[in-house]
Design a protein around this ligand. Structure first.
Ligand code: ACO
Length: 331
């Protein structure tokens, strides 16, 4: 049933799936020339989760989605839209959203993937907010799911220490009288995309020839440049969102930023002059899970930061594309 146009987005339930296998920095010391001390001081990451063969992006997304639906007290048949943010789909098509929909039994519900790398979940949340504001859509499942261990070069110490696998899901519901996202900002700078990329070699294959054998390429990154751009873009985006919402720093109860690196998070809160203790951090546990970072953080932050209804939460992300996004969510 369509929602009333004066309804706003309400975070009705969250869920996660984090693979049981833990890869510690000590484990990585056996794979590449690195050390726990280097990884901890440069990134703040202590360990990350690694998916088993069965834990595909679809599988992890389904587990997270089922938990989010249960917490929202909704059934798959109540959903009006399924959105999935991922850079590691199980297939180009069917989309991971359609695969998840099939596993949930959400027959007939529109479902599609969106891709904005580490900003993907926030791009999806902004889309969900727009659908709800339009009054056409009531219950939306939004999933961020990533199996980055499959696209990381495990011989490259520059990148392999940074990433992990996992999924997070939220169910958002239209609720009368809610203001939804108080404001948002999003953007992209495609001309800098080469700084962080993951190619599809088959896309560049010769016309009318057999596809090139082998697996897709691995993540390639200009770490220092990405670091600088991430801090600047996230701080600028967060400021624009606060200005649009008419919200001051002291009104924000919690900042949940993309979890790529503790030094990026520290530099961001310092630029924003935001109290560090109000900033949610779990990068030490999971590393960078791209589009899954923010939904997993949302799931954990509620309890860990003791968030209360009405609290204003600033969400901010940056990733490949290059892309960025921020939004203020009323808890
Ligand atoms: N262990 C030990 N040494 C290493 C490792 C490692 N895992 N990785 C790199 N090094 C070496 C380098 O080879 C270099 O050695 P050299 O001086 O002999 O050439 C040295 O350490 C210093 O390397 P730098 O690149 O200068 O290190 P930096 O301080 O920039 O830290 C890092 C590297 C952690 C990658 C940092 O640039 C960073 O965090 N960038 C952001 C990247 C990121 O988070 N990307 C995720 C996707 S984008 C996003 O999600 C925001």
């Amino acid at each position: 049933m369509p929602s009333r146009p004066d309804s706003g987005l309400h975070l009705a339930g969250t869920g996660v799936h984090l693979p049981a296998r833990i890869l510690t920095n000590q484990d990585l010391e056996k794979l590449v020339e690195t050390s726990d001390e280097w990884i901890m001081t440069r990134t703040g990451i202590k360990e990350r989760r690694i998916a088993s063969e069965e834990e595909t992006s679809t599988h992890m997304g389904v587990v997270a989605a089922k938990q989010a639906l249960t917490n929202a007290k909704l059934k798959a048949s109540d959903l009006d839209l399924i959105l999935v943010a991922t850079v590691t789909p199980d297939s180009f098509f069917p989309s991971t959203a359609c695969r998840i929909s099939a596993e949930l039994g959400a027959s007939g519900c529109p479902a599609f993937d969106l891709q904005a790398a580490c900003s993907g979940f926030l791009y999806g949340l902004i889309l969900a907010d727009q659908f709800i504001r339009a009054g056409t859509t009531k219950n939306i499942l939004l999933v961020g799911t990533e199996r980055l261990s499959s696209v990381v070069d495990w011989r490259d110490r520059n990148t392999c220490v940074l990433f992990g696998d996992g999924a997070g899901a939220v169910v958002v519901r239209a609720e009368p009288g809610r203001r939804g996202l108080l404001a948002f900002d999003w953007g992209a700078e495609g001309s800098s995309g080469e700084l962080l990329h993951l190619r599809n070699p088959q896309a560049a294959g010769k016309a009318l020839s057999a596809p090139s054998p082998g697996s897709p390429d691995c993540i390639v990154m200009a770490g220092k440049e990405i670091f600088k751009q991430a801090v600047t873009a996230m701080a600028d985006s967060a400021r624009r969102t606060m200005e649009k919402a008419g919200v001051r720093l002291e009104d924000i109860r919690c900042v949940i930023s993309h979890q790529a690196n503790i030094r990026i998070i520290d530099a961001l809160v310092e630029k924003l002059k935001f109290p560090r203790e109000h900033c949610f951090v779990n990068v030490h546990r999971y590393g960078n899970m791209s589009a899954a970072c923010i939904p997993v953080a949302l799931h954990e932050a509620g309890a860990e930061m003791k968030l209360q209804p009405g609290d204003k939460v600033l969400l901010v992300a940056f990733g490949g594309g290059l892309t960025w996004a921020s939004a203020i969510l009323e808890w």
